[in-house]
Design a protein. Structure first.
Lengths: 142, 398
């Protein structure tokens, strides 16, 4: 997909995976990738490895943006409502928020449903596409 | 059962909530004057001012303690200004209480007020790519109602809650608020009207999400000895305050984050964040949820009020809808929740809101909550949480 990341550092558009961190001290994961000290109060390590997170997870919950979000969100004109899912990545023990790809309505979603991370367009401007991670139901993808 | 760490609430005051569009200082001063009059003391009797800050009203809002003290006339009091998002008021109360318990002050004014913009709360200005609050709007379009919607939908899918259940919370709170002269919305609504309002964050409709409001609230908090000398009757006291952070790992997605902590390698804490806020209150006050007469909780959404029933221990997980349907949480029921009308009837005036919860609790314990009175109320709890991990809960009793 052509374009550049809307904000660098959260995912790899090529491999379509979120980039998190794994603490060298206690092994805990974090997304976005951690800098500074580990979040685990008993650890205090400041050394982390950047790691790609599981590409698949299950829906923790989901909702819609039925009203246009205010800036700094860059909304299409006219605004098209979209869904947002919180997806649980089992191996990393993380729940991550992301927009759901266009064409998937809230009625198509269910807690526990399997989702995968994909690269998609967040918005386009004079410079081209700005990319972000989104979630897509695995069933739809098949 | 009586806490050694009691302070008295000698006076309470509010400026009515609304969309008045005037300077926030005006609301805070009006609330402070009302609280002073209610306490029967003069401004010059106050020796500590605890301001709850607002971040949407320029520099005077960031240093609200001094702003209000100056507006009332500087008189050399100790002063503090606290910002902790929705928990700012609890921070101000905690500061005042600690000063009094330490013997550094005897009569404290706690005050917070806000003037709010229309519509969604947005991040403060500037392009800040290292601020999760900026990033969640920019990358996800995740507003505050996004999070309310996530919690609500999870209840539905896990517990079988219905849209009618959620709407019934609004119906209850609107009925309570109709009798509250300080509430912004004073009209009863029906389930049908709630469900007919536009969808904002599925499954939540416009009437199920709290508005942003202007308003001000104030307390006069004193040592118990001062209140007794002053002849305070009934002696309403604050017996416990909880202003704690979460314990790592917090596995509930919280504003403004777009991911939780990891539960992969570090053991989960005994309790999640919201239940831990009130557990600390129960422990400090030496009571349990069965001892409560009423609760004022942060109903940022209808469904979130139901989450609080469980987080307060009023019922077990997944049982909040049944508790609501039983009528227990309405005025006249076993454990009324948000007899003030809650955020559903007020809208949120951020730095004033946690203080307003205590104002309502005090009025209820005094038997002065005309039209919405919880009969025989003796123990009240408030519960709330502030963005980025600020717990907020206060126990009031008489």
């Amino acid at each position: 997909m052509d374009g550049v990341q809307a904000v660098e550092g959260f995912f790899d558009p090529e491999t379509q995976s979120l980039i998190g961190s794994k603490c060298q001290g206690c092994g805990t994961y974090a997304f976005p990738a951690k800098s500074g000290l580990c979040g685990n109060p008993r650890c205090m390590s400041d050394q982390f490895d950047l790691v790609p997170l599981s590409r698949r997870g299950t829906v923790w919950s989901y909702t819609s943006a039925s009203y246009q979000p205010p800036p700094p969100y860059v909304a299409a004109d006219p605004f098209v409502p979209f869904s947002i899912a919180a997806v649980e990545l089992e191996a990393e023990g993380l729940v991550v928020l992301g927009q759901v790809v266009a064409g998937v309505a809230n009625a198509d979603l269910k807690v526990g449903m399997e989702m995968e991370v994909v690269t998609d367009v967040l918005y386009s401007d004079d410079e081209g596409n700005k990319l972000v991670w989104k979630f897509r139901p695995v069933e739809v993808a098949k | 059962m009586t806490s050694a760490k009691r302070v008295a609430v000698l006076g309470v005051g509010m400026h009515p909530w609304g969309k008045w569009g005037r300077n926030f200082v005006e609301y805070g001063v009006a609330a402070a004057q009302a609280a002073l009059a209610d306490a029967g003391i003069a401004w010059t009797d106050v020796d500590y001012v605890a301001g709850a800050d607002t971040i949407r009203n320029g520099y005077p809002g960031f240093i609200a303690g001094a702003t209000f003290a100056q507006a009332l006339g500087f008189q050399g009091t100790r002063v503090s200004s606290s910002y902790a998002a929705c928990a700012s008021g609890a921070q101000a109360i905690a500061n005042a209480r600690a000063q009094i318990l330490a013997g550094l002050a005897e009569v404290a004014l706690v005050v917070g007020a806000d003037t709010t913009p229309k519509g969604f709360f947005t991040p403060v200005g500037g392009e800040r790519r290292d601020d999760p609050d900026w990033l969640r709007f920019h990358l996800l379009g995740a507003t505050n109602p996004t999070y309310f919607g996530l919690y609500a939908r999870r209840r539905m899918d896990r517990f079988g809650s219905t849209s009618e259940d959620f709407a019934a919370v609004k119906v209850k709170n609107a009925r309570h608020g109709a009798a509250n002269p300080n509430a912004r919305y004073r009209k009863e609504v029906t389930i049908e009207e709630v469900l007919a309002s536009p969808m904002v964050a599925d499954p939540l409709h416009l009437q199920e999400i709290c508005a942003t409001s202007d308003g001000g609230a104030a307390l006069i908090i004193t040592s118990v000895e001062f209140a007794k000398r002053h002849g305070l009757q009934p002696l309403v006291t604050i017996d416990a305050v909880s202003t704690m952070t979460p314990v790592y790992p917090n596995t509930v997605i919280e504003m403004p984050n777009f991911a939780t902590d990891s539960s992969a390698t570090v053991a989960l804490p005994e309790r999640g964040f919201r239940p831990s806020i009130t557990a600390a209150i129960y422990e400090e006050a030496g009571i349990g949820p069965e001892d409560l007469s009423m609760a004022e909780v942060y109903d940022l959404s209808t469904a979130l009020e139901l989450d609080w029933y469980e987080d307060l221990g009023l019922c077990g997980e997944g049982e909040a809808e049944a508790l609501l349907r039983s009528g227990a949480t309405a005025v006249g029921g076993r454990i009324p929740v948000n007899p003030s009308g809650g955020l559903a009837s007020f809208g949120e005036a951020i730095p004033a809101q946690a203080i307003a919860q205590v104002v309502e609790s005090v009025l209820q314990l005094r038997g002065q909550a005309t039209g919405r009175q919880v009969e025989g109320a003796t123990v009240a709890i408030t519960a709330n949480q502030g963005l980025f991990g600020h717990g907020s809960s206060v126990l009031i009793r008489c």
